[in-house]
Write a protein that binds this ligand. Structure first.
Ligand SMILES: *Cc1c(COP(=O)(O)O)cnc(C)c1O
Length: 426
């Protein structure tokens, strides 16, 4: 089966299926524009603003607005947007529902994985120091405990999400370093960057695996957070890490889960997710600026329902078909070979690698990327195109990388045609 997406075709079909719902809603004042024609349900503001729509052959990249929500999720958001509710009621009940569906004790819908990391850190600072949310971050300077323990190979840009709550990082390399850092008594949390794990010797130099990491921290009573932002699929990862014993787990809502781009999940032990909730908006703690509106909360819950309505085989099979279709279209082009790879952790979906010899094709990688980008429609390839091996994708200077999972129906064929044209200088 193919995965639903927001094409006008599937939207039309969806409206037909839900005509009674549409009829009910057409009575609401905000729906006047949609009356009579489902095709004019809203103005195209990209066209109005002159913003170029792209074909996303890259993946769930934040700068490319990550994923598009499936029609069911868009509809759930639209319906929710028409009605005010009590925010706390929605936050509490969405959290309880998600925790039950995702097999953990507690859940908070956050503004994204990055927002989830800040709330996780605030929760752990509060847990360790028994302080008030309003003490963070300014009083953290005088708190006995404020360190987040992190392996050197797991340091990244999202460390700022922890600094924001008032925490500081203690960096460790060896197991001895780690034990010493835990013994120091100033640790409030540990952070594990899930996708940084060593893959085929390509990336990552972390020495401590998940189980040892958890054991040592827990021996010292320190809660462990894992950043699994881009690590669904597989679907089972949504409960794998809490099941392993991580106290807090962050996911991005707008990547593979295909909820709103400004949504995310913080899952874990209820004692800690309750503290995260206290630090979340609308309370005036560090999370106040990370507002999650009713549209994002409902969109996040609906996206989880959408994900859980699939099997792993359905999802991966559909992506593989797209990769195979494009690979087939490269047949017979001199010097070109194709290969499908699935990174082991983040972005765990088939990616198509198209290798070529620029001396034969007469086009360099950069020329092809520019040509696709400036063409109509404008196409963005995966940023590992022309790159050295990275995050499980064995690319090189003369390799195009096609991320197929965010393509809308029919776009696989367009991408195949345009790449073939570029490689044959057609
Ligand atoms: C994308 C990403 C984030 C941030 O996720 P948002 O939902 O955009 O806030 C954090 N950590 C990792 C590893 C990511 O890949």
């Amino acid at each position: 089966m193919s995965l639903p997406s927001v094409s006008s075709l599937s939207r039309r079909k969806f409206f037909r299926l839900t005509s009674s719902l549409a009829a009910t809603l057409s009575a609401a004042p905000l729906m006047h524009a949609a009356q009579g024609s489902t095709e004019t349900a809203g103005e195209d503001y990209y066209a109005k603003l002159g913003v170029t729509k792209i074909i996303n052959a890259a993946g769930t990249y934040t700068t490319l607005t990550a994923a598009c929500m499936p029609p069911q999720v868009v509809e759930a958001v639209r319906v929710a947007a028409l009605h005010p509710v009590r925010l706390a009621d929605l936050q509490q009940k969405s959290g309880a529902y998600l925790a039950q569906r995702l097999r953990c004790e507690g859940a908070v819908v956050t503004s994204g994985a990055c927002g989830a990391i800040t709330l996780a850190t605030a929760a752990c600072l509060q847990h360790a120091n028994n302080c008030d949310p309003l003490d963070l971050p300014q009083k953290a300077d005088t708190m006995k405990k404020r360190q987040v323990i992190v392996q050197k190979a797991h340091r990244y840009g999202y460390d700022h999400a922890m600094f924001l709550a008032g925490a500081r990082v203690t960096e460790v390399v060896t197991m001895d370093d780690y034990k010493r850092a835990c013994d120091a008594g100033d640790g409030v949390m540990t952070n594990f960057f899930n996708a940084a794990e060593d893959e085929d010797g390509i990336a990552g130099t972390a020495q401590i695996g998940r189980e040892d990491w958890l054991r040592v921290a827990h021996d010292h009573g320190i809660p462990c957070h894992i950043d699994a932002a881009a690590d669904m699929p597989p679907i089972s990862n949504l409960w794998k890490y809490t099941g392993m014993g991580f106290d807090l787990v962050s996911f991005s809502g707008g990547k593979g889960i295909r909820g709103p781009q400004n949504a995310g999940l913080l899952l874990g032990r209820k004692e800690l997710t309750d503290l995260a909730y206290q630090n979340n908006n609308p309370n005036e703690g560090v999370g106040r600026g990370m507002k999650v509106a009713k549209e994002q909360i409902v969109g996040m819950v609906a996206a989880i329902d959408w994900v859980l309505s699939h099997t792993e085989e359905q999802m991966q099979g559909d992506y593989q078909k797209r990769a195979d279709l494009i690979a087939g279209m490269m047949k017979g082009i001199p010097s070109v070979t194709t290969l499908t790879v699935t990174p082991r952790i983040a972005n765990h979906v088939p990616h198509l690698l198209i290798r070529f010899d620029p001396a034969v094709t007469g086009m360099t990688t950069k020329q092809i990327v520019d040509k696709l980008r400036s063409g109509t429609p404008s196409i963005e390839l995966n940023p590992n195109t022309g790159h050295k091996p990275n995050q499980g994708i064995p690319s090189d200077a003369n390799t195009l990388v096609v991320g197929v999972w965010m393509l809308q129906p029919g776009e696989d064929e367009i991408v195949g045609q345009k790449i073939r044209a570029a490689l044959t200088k057609a």
